[in-house]
Ligand binder design. Structure first.
Ligand code: ASP
Length: 438
């Protein structure tokens, strides 16, 4: 039996008209049984996301400023939608409860969470679905991390009692009952958690784009949409800067092997992107699935004669990083050289101390840091079988007159990462895209 969990992002639920589109999408398929809603997003360029307004509201309340005007604006966002849709809800009562809690110094996360709470109530009423408060079914541990197992146990039992329901995204509760949110964009995670608990056949994530693009449209003009991508590929691409879905949203569905379909609320017939567990059933025409990248990296170059023969050399270096609580990105090495790639922001304040500690640990012949590096990841499950992919990447980069500073290929042969100067970043991404995608 087919069961779908659907999540709608903020732009899909920013106005009454958007709500109507969402309702007709949900109604079009009776298997769309559980819906997760975000807070209202921007209605037009320059508009505010309600979540941002709630954060501001909290800041004002906690610094003793009056919140009346801003609270009025937020209230209007909801009453406007509810009145236009003609839903009958005691919104005034809910809003005054929230206002009182804010004056009573309810937490920052509580404030932010009300965005999805109210929007989900409206959606549930409009659809005739049950409303399940996420605080009752999504749990965090005392240390603030998500409690996957308790949540799954409680939520799956709870869902059995509701044939059709709406659950607010983004938040859950702490063991003491206070509200806690995921990081920004966290409604994607809620959808994934729900899909796992409901044992869904599909998790549809509805947004305002028709799927993942192969690369950043701010760099490459009109990149193609990715038809299918595996969880692993997606993780590589999101880690390297591609956004659309929250990075952590993959884990719950991955455990259960549930595919995610990224869909466009404003173009519901577009197939969007399928995110799948394994590529077996979903072959790809392209050797590469996507290209992503980020600026803001530094490399530490270490040279020492006979490094290769010195047992424990790498361990000594890595223990310096461990002691200073810094994680590194890549660690390519030669016979007498080693390069450690890190985020510049992670070492900026402690670079002298870091160099001194490495010198003390391994007594290198030379050591220096180079800043201003960008990393580009070329990701594709089909690369494993295809010969000559690396050659094509390097040919593209060379013909764009870009110098490569570092090369790293993951052991699963699913990605090639290259380090280049930040100034060459856009040029390199364009060149690689054009080389692979006609
Ligand atoms: N409303 C929250 C945010 O703006 C969560 C979400 O939309 O996923 O980050």
């Amino acid at each position: 039996m087919s069961l779908k969990v659907v999540k709608f992002g903020g732009s899909s639920l920013a106005s009454a008209d958007q709500f109507r589109k969402v309702a007709s999408i949900i109604k079009a398929d009776k298997n769309r049984r559980y819906a997760v809603a975000s807070a209202p997003g921007k209605r037009f360029t320059g508009d505010f996301k309600v979540t941002d307004m709630f954060y501001l509201l909290y800041d004002k309340a906690s610094s003793g400023e009056s919140i009346e005007e801003l609270f009025g604006e937020i209230s209007y966002r909801y009453t406007d939608i509810a009145n236009d849709l003609g839903v009958d809800l005691p919104l005034d009562k809910e809003l005054s409860k929230i206002k009182a809690a804010l004056y009573g110094m309810a937490g920052r996360d509580y404030a932010a969470s009300r965005g999805e709470y109210l929007n989900s109530m409206i959606l549930a009423k409009h659809m005739g679905y049950d409303f399940i408060d996420a605080a009752e079914v999504i749990f965090f541990k005392t240390d603030g991390t998500f409690d996957a197992e308790r949540t799954n146990a409680v939520l799956s039992e709870r869902l059995k009692k509701h044939e059709y329901a709406v659950v607010p995204g983004f938040y859950g509760s702490m063991p003491n009952g206070t509200i806690k949110t995921f990081s920004r964009g966290g409604s994607d995670i809620t959808g994934s958690i729900l899909a796992r608990a409901a044992n869904a056949t599909l998790y549809e994530n509805w947004t305002d784009v028709s799927g993942f693009l192969m690369t950043d449209p701010r760099i490459v003009e009109n990149p193609k949409v990715i038809e299918t991508i595996t969880y692993r590929e997606l993780r590589e691409l999101s880690y390297m800067g591609a956004t659309v879905l929250h990075e952590d949203a993959i884990f719950p569905v991955q455990i259960a092997g549930i595919p995610i379909n990224i869909k466009n609320t404003n173009a519901p017939d577009d197939p969007g992107t399928m995110i799948v567990a394994s590529s077996d059933k979903y072959d790809t025409k392209n050797i590469i699935t996507g290209i992503a990248g980020k600026k803001g990296f530094s490399s530490i170059h270490i040279e020492k004669d006979m490094m290769n023969g010195e047992v424990g050399f790498t361990r000594k270096i890595l223990s310096v990083f461990e002691e200073m609580n810094i994680s590194f990105e890549h660690l390519p090495s030669g016979i007498d050289t080693m390069t450690i790639m890190l985020k510049t922001a992670d070492i900026d304040a402690i670079r002298e101390q870091l160099i001194a500690s490495i010198k003390k640990a391994v007594k290198p012949d030379s050591i220096y840091i180079q800043d201003g590096i960008a990393l580009v990841a070329v990701v594709g499950r089909a690369m494993v079988k295809a010969k000559g992919t690396a050659a094509k990447v390097f040919k593209a980069i060379a013909s764009a007159d870009v110098n490569i500073k570092m090369i790293d290929q993951g052991s699963d042969e699913m990605n090639i990462i290259i380090g280049i100067e930040e100034g060459d970043f856009e040029k390199a991404v364009n060149a690689i895209y054009k080389e692979f995608i006609a």
